[in-house]
Design a protein around this ligand. Structure first.
Ligand code: IMP
Length: 200
């Protein structure tokens, strides 16, 4: 089955493509199909609602099944912010990290708990849809470490290592997106099997 990855974020495309490699599902990015994901208005108030908006948009534009991830960082000391506003928190990755570390200035190590959340939505041309969620808990470090990954990865500490210090494959094995994709693939297998039985 071929899917559109409904995101304009090249890093997410890279992570999804790497994780989908060797599986029965293949994916093409929205960009490769000439779909401008900036046109999809993310005005939902949950990760799931925003993921559905993006997947629905790409499905309608392409006529293909689409999946989208809406993700972000929820920091306990900030009451769960930036959350669904993680991309809009500041203008670029560097500015986002600087702002986050400034907001957490004076917050002790034990109170710097946070989680990454990824909601994946799948939307099919026949109207079927579902969402799944993956979460990974960690802590916000006092300074950036490593140059891997993207976004908040250099300051997100997971079991003593920042996501920015991990290889892509290491991050996939424990990341919010990896967990959400695993659940998504289970749902897709169920749907595919239901369709096969319905055809019999
Ligand atoms: P959106 O899901 O495209 O609206 O944006 C999510 C934002 O959350 C990204 O721009 C990043 O700043 C952040 N984010 C989401 N997933 C990750 C991740 O795996 N690593 C680091 N930052 C992430």
């Amino acid at each position: 089955m071929k899917f559109v990855i409904a995101t304009g974020n090249a890093h997410k495309v890279e992570e999804f493509s790497r994780m989908l490699k060797n599986l029965d599902f293949s994916a093409i990015s929205a960009k490769e199909l000439g779909i401008d994901m900036d046109e999809a208005e993310e005005d939902g108030d949950t990760f799931e609602a925003n993921a559905l908006i993006k997947a629905q948009y790409a499905c309608e534009k392409s006529g293909l099944p689409a999946f989208a991830d809406d993700s972000g960082l929820c920091v306990d000391a900030l009451g769960g912010r930036p959350g669904i506003y993680s991309a809009r928190y500041a203008q670029n990755d560097q500015a986002r990290i600087t702002k986050l570390l400034k907001e957490l200035d004076g917050v002790k190590e034990e109170n710097r708990t946070a989680k990454f959340v990824s909601a994946i939505a799948c939307v099919f041309p026949d109207g079927k849809k579902f969402t799944v969620r993956g979460e990974t808990e960690g802590k916000i470090d006092f300074e950036p470490r490593g140059v891997g990954g993207f976004g908040y990865d250099p300051v997100f500490l997971y079991e003593g290592k920042s996501f920015g210090q991990m290889t892509g494959v290491e991050k996939d094995a424990v990341s919010h997106r990896g967990k959400a994709l695993e659940k998504c693939l289970l749902e897709l297998k169920k749907i595919t099997e239901e369709d096969i039985y319905a055809d019999k």
